[in-house]
Structures are given as C-alpha cells and as structure tokens.
Write a protein that binds this ligand. Structure first.
Ligand SMILES: Nc1ncnc2c1ncn2[C@@H]1O[C@H](COP(=O)(O)OP(=O)(O)OP(=O)(O)O)[C@@H](O)[C@H]1O
Ligand SMILES: [Mg+2]
Length: 218
C-alpha cells in the first residue's frame, strides 16, 4: 500500500530523512516513533504530496508520487485521510458542516453526503453534537471531529500525526481503539506518536526514526 524506496529529504544541508526504505501492506497498522525532530511529520507529509523527496521514490497504492499529474491528484486525495494534532476545524461551521466539507470539495454527489457524514460521526460517537460549533466542544470531541473528517470519504490509507497529543490517557486509549477499528475494516493505518505507553500496549508494528534514519522497522 505504501512504499518508501531509499528516500532522502534535505532542507539545505540538513537531512530530515536519510535513505529511508520500508513498505506497509494494505490493511496493516503501524506506529511511527522517534525523538522530536526525528523526521516523523516529514515522512507523513511525503505521503500526502506536501513534500517531495530529494532522492528516492514514494509509492501509495499504484501511484508513484513523483509522477502524479494534476489530474490524478483529486483521485489520489480520495484514497488518503489525514488526522492532525490540531484538527483546525472551521469555528463558524457546525460539526456536521466541518465533516461534510471534504466531501463537497471532492465533488461527491449531494445525495450521499448526509449518510456519509452521519455514519462517520456515529463511528466517533458524536451523533449527539452534530449541530454544535467547534467552540462548544471539549478538545477530545474536537479531535474526534477531526478523525470523522479524515475518514468520511472512506480512505484506503489513514495517516495521523500525534493524534492523541493533547488528550488525557483515557481518551487516547479510546482514539487508539478507533484507529484499530478502521484497520479491522481493511484501512491501512500509520500513526506518528510520542506516546510510548500507547505503542507498547498495542500489538502493531513499530517504525522508529532516529535523526532521519529508520533504525527499526518491525
Ligand atoms: N520546512 C522545513 N524546512 C527546514 N527544515 C525542516 C522543515 N521541515 C522539517 N525540517 C527539519 O526536519 C527535521 C525533522 O522534522 P519533523 O518535523 O519531521 O520532526 P518530527 O519527528 O515530526 O518532530 P516532532 O516530534 O517534534 O513533531 C527537523 O530537523 C526539522 O527542523
Ligand atoms: Mg512532528
């Protein structure tokens, strides 16, 4: 589903990723760990075409990201969902509208949108706050809206960058459980996290970066 082939990323003289190679199968779930500045976010940004490698190749499904044309980009984006540490919801839109936004942007048929949005909100147990504004929610609830927004288009690949960074341990566990459920439905999941305890509590593969080098790949 994902492969990095000898990927090096340089920013000037600084090396953020150093000859990174690994592959993740469809339906696999893995954690991406490493110290601050190790290159976790940089690696994830490559998978959504926000960065391009200085050297090497990144593949997602059949897409060679070096060769992705402008016309393929929308199709590629439909394959991938991303959860950020700060979900950056639109403050003047309701929970429902925030989650519906990517479907509207991707040109989904208007008739299918309510069903998809409500199903995504149900999965993250937020059906009771569809009409609330983000400012009226707790940070854990906002984080779950961010997850609903990331999965509402049913991506084959789900990426998360420190999705539990601001949350208490109970909520972190709940969110990890959600990711596991997506994975049980066949979604490939890659989660960057600092939280060693969470990683140790799970049976999934660990990819460890140290100063841009992949030093452990499960
Ligand atoms: N746009 C950029 N320009 C220059 N250097 C960058 C840029 N993005 C990242 N870097 C550098 O690349 C390295 C890896 O950064 P990255 O953000 O990927 O680390 P990280 O593992 O996500 O860290 P954290 O756990 O703190 O989020 C760091 O040395 C960082 O300074
Ligand atoms: Mg980071």
């Amino acid at each position: 589903m994902i492969s990095f082939e000898n990927v090096t990323k340089r920013y000037g003289t600084r090396i953020a990723l150093d000859e990174v190679s690994f592959a993740l199968d469809a339906g696999e779930m893995a954690f991406l760990v490493g110290h601050s500045g190790a290159g976790k976010s940089t690696l994830l940004r490559h998978l959504v075409c926000l960065e391009a490698p200085s050297e090497g190749r990144v593949m997602v499904g059949n897409f060679d990201l070096r060769r992705l044309s402008a016309s393929q980009l929308p199709m590629f984006r439909r394959k991938v969902g991303v959860v950020f540490q700060d979900p950056q919801l639109l403050p003047d839109r309701t929970v429902y509208e925030n989650v519906a936004l990517p479907l509207k942007a991707a040109g989904f048929d208007r008739k299918v949108i309510p069903g998809r949005v409500n199903a995504a909100l149900e999965q993250v147990e937020l059906s009771h706050v569809v009409d609330a504004l983000p400012g009226e929610l707790s940070s854990g609830q906002r984080q779950r809206v961010g997850i609903a927004r990331a999965v509402v288009h049913k991506p084959a690949l789900l990426l998360a960058d420190e999705p539990t960074g601001n949350l208490d341990p109970e909520l972190s566990k709940k969110i990890m459980k959600l990711f596991t459920q997506f994975r049980n439905h066949g979604v490939t999941v890659l989660i960057a996290t600092h939280e060693q305890a969470l990683v140790e509590a799970q049976p999934f593969r660990v990819l460890r970066l140290d100063q841009g080098r992949l030093v452990e790949s499960g």
